[in-house]
Structure formats: C-alpha cells, structure tokens
Design a protein around this ligand. Sequence first.
Ligand code: DP6
Length: 323
Amino acid sequence: MSQATARAHSNIALIKYWGKRAGPRNLPAVGSISVTLDGLYTDTTVVFDEALAADTAELDKKPVDTARLTPFLDLVRARAGIDTRAAIVSANNFPTGAGLASSASGFAALSLAATRAAGLALSPRELSILARQGSGSAARSVFGGFAEMHRGELDDGSDAFAESMLDPGEWPLEIVVAITDRATKSVNSSIGMSHLDQRSDYYSAWVAHSETDLSAMRDAIAARDFETVGALTEMSCLKLHGLMMSTRPGLIYWNPATVAAMQAVRALREAGTPVYFTIDAGPQVKALCAPGHGEAVARALARVPGVLETRRTALGPAASVLA
Ligand code: DP6
C-alpha cells in the first residue's frame, strides 16, 4: 500500500479556454491565461492498495462515479508500471460543480497525489500535461499566480501544457467570487464544448482571434496594466458567453443575479473602483480587483439582489504535496 495527499487550488481564466482540437484527452483548440486562487482548493488523497478489486472515489464524503477517474488513473499506472487499484478521497472547500472550477483543482490535486503515491516524481510541465488529460483547465492549476496554457500543435499533446507567468506575490490582485446559485450546473464544460465546429457559427472566429487576445493579455500582464488586463478579461468572458449562446442548443449559464452582479461591477468601475468581471460555465461572477480593492468590492457585491454569498481571495500558490 502506498499513499500521498496533495492540495491544488482552483483557477479562473482571464483569457478563456473553450473548444478542443481533434485528438484524445482535452487537446485545447485555443490557449488560455488564468489566475490561481488561494481561497478555493481541493485536497486529495490517493491510496494504491493491493486489496482493492476496483478503484473507488469519494468527494466531500460522498461516493462518486469512477468512469472518468479510472482511465485517468490508468495513465498514472501505465507510467509507473503498476496495476494496483486506488482509493481516492477528495474534498473541496467550495461548492462542487457550480462553475467554480472544481475539475481544475480536482484533477490537478489528483495528478499530484496519484503520481506521488505511485512513486513517480513528475516535473511541473509533465504534471500539467497529465492534469490536462483529466480536465483542460486543470493543467493551469499546477501553477500558482498567473499561468498560461499553450494550445500546442502536436497530436500527442506533449506541447499542450501550462507554464507559470508570474508568482502570486509579483502582482497581488484580488478576486471576489459572488455565488448566485449553489446547485450543480446543468451542462458541464466537456459536453458544452463538444463538436463546436459543427454546432456554432461563431467558433471559427473564436479560434482565429485567440492568439491576438493571448498576446495582448501577455503584454498587459508583463506591464502590470490593470485596466488593460481587466478590459481583456471582460472581453474574453463576454465573447465566450456569446459563443456558448450561439451553440446549438444555446447554452445560457447566467441567472438574473449573474447579470445584476455584472452590472454592479461596471457601476463600481464607473464610480472609480478598479474591478472587472469574468464568468465561467456557471452562474457565479468573479470580480478581478486591483490590489487593495477586494474588500470594498466584496461588500458591494454582497448587497446585489440574488447574490447568496461572496468569497474574497488572494492569488494562490502552485499545487503541493501535503503528506
Ligand atoms: C469556461 O477544463 O472544465 O472554465 O477540458 O472538458 O474538462 P474539460 O473542460 P474544463 O473547461 C473550462 C472552461 C472554462 C474556461 C477556462 O477555464 O478556461
């Protein structure tokens, strides 16, 4: 029996990933840039146990289906040259499946815990490639601070990995998450983005412009230009949701409180607070705040009708082994 426990933090994309290129296991059609969040994380323990006849998994003390997990563990087992089944015990410190990127922190933590438990010591890049095969956005949660995921060109995915851009302390932005619904989202990302080339007329434009958006964001981050980073973040978010809405059948992840929170962010900005919003495949609004402005933004968003809860967080560290 061998075991390891790892923690990985959730991340939020400023330039979004949506759509996969042909090939296996989450080869992204576009690159993406994200920030890792200190306050939202997953802790995962993996125990390889000869006494187990099949893999087992639990999340937040409830059993979960291993259909997506066993093929992922098979990648680790193949690499380590073992055949032992595993017990996975995982816990999120935030609501699961509601657009707070639980698959990102989840597969990053699982990648690190499973490889360590199997006796492997992967480099961050190798870990990122492995995590991507669980969930595309998980590749970025291997890193702290700002990270960029490369689309890659190769069919085997060996160039589709994330890399660190800035450590969290190098530009201590704050994020406020406004939770507008605690229920599990209806259409998960993998299903929402499948066969987009046939399902959305906007998809080719999304892919064609992605390099321009990424390059503008890289420059703005390097210059610590918060207004440009924020404007590009809102643009990428709204473009993503336009693409989602244009998908047959149209995907609408927002509820009335989502829209109210977006408008509240813009009203705060007009009144002088440096804050911009972004939204993933769910109804929660994430406000990107310049250093020192998180508290005021959290207070304002908590007053928006329909906002159930706010969470304020700094940028977080890379995934790490806890035990
Ligand atoms: C909207 O990484 O969850 O959050 O690769 O199919 O697991 P799979 O998708 P996932 O998609 C994330 C989409 C997004 C944008 C982003 O995080 O870049």
